[in-house]
Design a protein around this ligand. Structure first.
Ligand SMILES: NC(=O)c1ccc[n+]([C@@H]2O[C@H](COP(=O)([O-])OP(=O)(O)OC[C@H]3O[C@@H](n4cnc5c(N)ncnc54)[C@H](O)[C@@H]3O)[C@@H](O)[C@H]2O)c1
Length: 263
């Protein structure tokens, strides 16, 4: 799959899934703008990708801020894009519903859902001028399979999935495709931080949920995103792409409630 001549924007790209996606797109020849609010981590990510020949640009911003997102897409436009948008910045959150404050609800929805809306809204006019594009959103298996302590996360991922279908229906006639990534557990800092504060038996339990007997790796997410970004997926739009090692197929899934409150 070749993305030479394309400009991609990846949000939340300083680490984790976003970094894996940026690495895959850059490896296929795309120019990639990595957007993240964590400047030092973003700098390290850029260094690493440039070290392996990637044509990458950092953009420090909070994707919940409307003006910053406008500026981000304007930067992509100045480079000749955006041909590909991967809106995937997100926050971990786990608490039972009665313990979830309105502030927590708005914070998680803001980064997951509102930022996706802003990025997509600002990218569409440029993509229309370019004759099309590929939008990839970050949903999750929580879009259809809930777990105690993750109702807020499930609501956010469900909203992203529905929004993605909306983009596909509204903009397919202009050559814009929109698809969602629906990962299960992936080995990112978000997950390793959670594993650190969980008792060991809970971590073992999570691994057992997966038919493949392991959690996923960021390069596996990157490979799927590359497929969706490229013409290899030219007839895919409005779809959910589950990538979870068989977790949501029902193998040992969701037998125990696990709740961790993040400060
Ligand atoms: N890791 C998993 O198991 C898993 C599973 C399903 C879905 N996801 C989703 O994948 C996405 C990435 O998750 P991850 O595990 O790589 O997380 P992570 O915490 O390791 O990385 C998230 C990145 O997003 C950035 N970010 C957060 N809020 C931001 C904001 N407002 N503006 C700009 N940047 C911001 C962070 O600085 C960080 O670099 C999230 O949407 C998450 O819900 C992850």
């Amino acid at each position: 799959m070749d993305l030479t001549g394309k400009v991609s924007v990846v949000t939340g790209a300083a680490q984790g899934n976003g970094f894996g996606i940026a690495r895959a797109l850059a490896g296929a020849g795309s120019q990639v703008i990595l957007a993240d609010r964590n400047a030092p981590r973003l700098e390290r990510a850029i260094e690493e990708l440039r070290g392996s020949g990637g044509d990458v640009t950092p953009f420090v911003c909070d994707v919940t801020e409307e003006d910053a997102v406008k500026e981000l897409m304007r930067s992509a436009h100045e480079l000749g894009g955006p041909h590909v948008l991967v809106s995937q910045a997100g926050l971990d959150y786990s608490a039972l519903i009665p313990d979830t404050s309105l502030e927590d609800w708005n914070r998680v929805m803001g980064v997951d859902v509102t930022a996706t809306f802003l990025c997509v809204r600002e990218a569409i006019p440029y993509m229309v001028d370019l004759g099309g594009g590929s939008i990839i959103t970050m949903s999750g298996t929580y879009a259809w399979v809930a777990e105690p302590g993750h109702a807020l996360h499930a609501a956010a991922k469900g909203a992203i999935m529905s929004f993605t279908r909306g983009i596909a229906c509204e903009w397919g006639h202009k050559g814009i495709r929109a698809n969602a990534l629906n990962p299960g557990w992936i080995n990112t800092p978000m997950v390793s931080d959670t594993f650190e504060i969980r008792p060991a038996e809970q971590t073992d339990e999570v691994v057992k949920w997966h038919a493949l007997g392991r959690i996923g790796e960021i390069d596996e997410i990157g490979n799927l995103a590359l497929f969706l970004a490229s013409d290899a997926s030219s007839f895919c739009t409005g779809a959910a792409f589950t990538i979870d090692g068989g977790q949501s197929a029902g193998v040992n899934s969701f037998q125990k409630p696990i709740t961790v409150k993040h400060e």
